[in-house]
Design a protein around this ligand. Structure first.
Ligand SMILES: [Ca+2]
Length: 459
C-alpha cells in the first residue's frame, strides 16, 4: 500500500533527517571490526538505459513483474514525477553526473564527448569527501573505455557495449566478459560490495539494458509469450493538432517490445542481488539505494512514435526510486517534480559533502522534508547530425499543469500546449486556440526566465 505525503509524514521525516546528520552508526558494517565507524551512509546509484517510467510493477505496469524494484519502492520513496532535462543517453548521463543541464556540461548529443571538466561530477566530490568510489557499467559519453577521474574502481566498455562478448576495461586492464552483460556487471558489483571497505562507499552501477538491440538473458527468452502486445497509441489522440515527425514504429515492434520487457527482468534480478549482498555484509540499513533510468521510451504513442528524444511524457519521464532507511521508512510516494540534474546535489547532501554553486539541480531531500518543490523546469533536445535520427531541436517548459513545447529551429513545426491536469496523455494540442492565449503568454515568459536563469545556449 503506497503512502502519499502528508504534512505529518513530512514533519516526521524532517525530524529523522535532523537525526541523520548527528547519528552515529556503530553497526554500519556489522561485525567487521577492521572497518572504521562512520556517520556517512554508503550510496548505490543504479542506472538503466531507456527504461520507461512505467516499466515496473510498482509503477502500475499491467503484466511485467519486477519484485525487486517493487521492494525498493515498498521500503522507500517512489517518485511519480521524475524527468530528464534531455531525453537522450549521453546528455542525460552528463546531467546525472554533474547536476547541470546539457547546455552547461556541453554533452549536447551522443557524439562521444565527456562533460566539460570545469563541472565536477558527484563521484569526484565524494572521493575528495572521503568515499571509496566505483563505476561499473555503461559510461557512454566519450567512446574510450579507460578509467575516468573520480573512481578508485572502474569497470566499463566502449560506447554502447554489447549484451554478450563485451571487451571490458577493469581498472585499466583489458578483460573479456564471461556472461550476459547485466549478470556480468552485477557480478562485478557484488564483488566490490563484498570486499573490505575502510571508508563509506559509493557504487555507480550503470546497466546496458534495456537499450536496443533488446536482448534478454537466455533464461528469460520465452517469458511472457502469452501476453498480447499492443501499441500505446490512443485512438482519441488528435493527430491533426500535432506536428508530424518521428512517427515510425520499428517494423518488428511487437517482438521488440516483448524483448524490451524480457531484458528488464535480469535488471530486476540484479537489484535483488545487490539487496541480498547488502544484507549479507550487514550494510543494508546504512546504504542509500537510488534507482533510475536515463530517459524514457515510446511504444507507439501519438500515432506510432518509437525511441525517445521528444518532449512528450513517455520520453521525458523516468523511473526513480530511493531506498533511504534513515529518511523514509516505507512505501512513500512523492508527487513533486524532480529531475536528473537533482541527483548529484541529492547524493552530496546525503554524504554531507557541499554541492558546488555550479550545480543547477537541487537536492530532492528538500521536498522530502516538506518544502515546496519546483514549479517548472526547462527541457531541451538538440538536433543530431546523425541522419538516422531526424528529430528537430526541442525547447519546452513543463509545470505541474501545463506543457509548452517549441521547435525553435524549424518554422514548419507548430508549437504545442497541453493541459496535463485534464489531458495527461497529451492528446489535444491547445496551441493556437484563442481561449488559451493568456496561458501561452505565461508559458513563454516562464520559458524565457528558465533559459536566462540556466544560461541557455545552443551548441
Ligand atoms: Ca538512454
Amino acid at each position: 500500500m503506497k503512502r502519499h505525503y502528508t504534512r505529518r509524514v513530512f514533519l516526521k521525516m524532517a525530524g529523522l533527517t535532523a537525526a541523520l546528520s548527528l547519528q552515529k552508526h556503530p553497526a554500519t558494517f556489522g561485525q567487521n571490526k577492521a572497518v572504521t565507524s562512520t556517520n556517512k551512509p554508503n550510496i548505490i546509484f543504479i542506472l538503466t538505459d531507456d527504461q520507461r517510467h512505467d516499466a515496473m510493477s510498482c509503477a502500475g505496469h499491467p503484466w511485467l513483474k519486477t519484485p525487486n524494484m517493487d521492494r525498493l519502492a515498498n521500503e522507500g520513496v517512489l517518485f511519480r514525477n521524475a524527468f530528464v532535462t534531455t531525453s537522450l543517453c549521453s546528455p542525460s548521463r552528463g546531467s546525472f553526473l554533474t547536476g547541470c543541464y546539457a547546455h552547461t556540461h556541453e554533452v549536447f548529443r551522443n557524439t562521444g564527448k565527456d562533460p566539460n571538466p570545469s563541472y565536477p561530477t558527484f563521484p569526484q566530490l565524494l572521493q575528495r569527501g572521503g568515499y571509496e568510489t566505483a563505476f561499473i557499467g555503461k559510461w557512454h559519453m566519450s567512446r574510450q573505455d579507460s578509467p575516468r577521474p573520480g573512481y578508485e574502481h572502474w569497470v566499463s566498455f566502449s560506447g554502447q557495449g554489447r549484451y554478450g562478448n563485451n571487451k571490458l576495461n577493469v581498472d585499466g586492464q583489458a578483460v573479456s566478459s564471461e556472461t550476459y552483460v547485466t549478470d556480468e556487471l552485477t557480478n562485478y558489483a557484488v564483488r566490490f560490495l563484498k570486499k573490505q571497505h575502510n571508508k563509506p562507499f559509493m557504487l555507480y552501477l550503470s546497466h546496458k539494458a534495456v537499450h536496443a538491440p533488446f536482448t534478454p538473458a537466455k533464461r528469460h527468452a520465452n517469458l511472457y509469450s502469452d501476453v498480447k502486445i499492443e501499441s500505446r497509441h490512443n485512438p482519441k489522440d488528435n493527430m491533426n493538432t500535432k506536428p508530424k515527425w518521428g512517427r515510425k514504429m520499428d517494423k518488428n515492434w511487437k517482438s521488440q517490445i516483448l524483448d524490451y520487457y524480457r531484458s528488464l527482468v535480469a535488471v530486476d534480478e540484479s537489484v535483488g542481488r545487490v539487496l541480498e549482498t547488502l544484507e549479507q555484509i550487514r550494510a543494508l540499513d546504512n546504504t542509500v539505494i537510488i534507482f533510475a533510468g536515463d530517459n524514457g521510451y515510446f511504444h507507439g504513442e501519438h500515432g506510432g512514435m518509437w525511441d525517445k528524444r521528444a518532449a512528450y511524457e513517455p520520453s521525458m519521464r523516468i523511473p526513480l526510486i530511493m531506498r533511504c532507511p534513515h529518511l523514509v521508512s516505507s512505501a512513500t510516494v512523492c508527487e513533486e517534480m524532480v529531475l536528473n540534474i537533482d541527483l548529484a546535489p541529492t547524493i552530496l547532501e546525503l554524504a554531507g559533502v557541499p554541492a558546488p554553486g555550479s550545480m543547477q539541480g537541487q537536492s530532492w531531500l528538500s521536498v522530502l522534508k516538506g518544502r515546496p518543490g519546483r514549479k517548472s523546469f526547462l527541457y531541451e533536445y538538440f538536433q543530431e547530425t546523425d541522419r538516422r535520427f531526424k528529430r528537430p531541436t526541442v525547447i519546452a517548459v513543463r509545470t505541474k499543469q501545463w506543457k509548452y513545447v517549441t521547435y525553435p529551429l524549424d518554422d514548419s513545426l507548430t508549437a504545442e500546449l497541453y493541459n496535463l491536469s485534464t489531458d495527461p496523455e497529451e492528446l489535444n494540442n491547445l496551441f493556437g486556440n484563442p481561449g488559451y492565449a493568456d496561458i501561452i503568454e505565461q508559458m513563454k515568459r516562464e520559458l524565457a526566465q528558465l533559459k536566462k536563469k540556466t544560461g541557455f545556449r545552443y551548441p
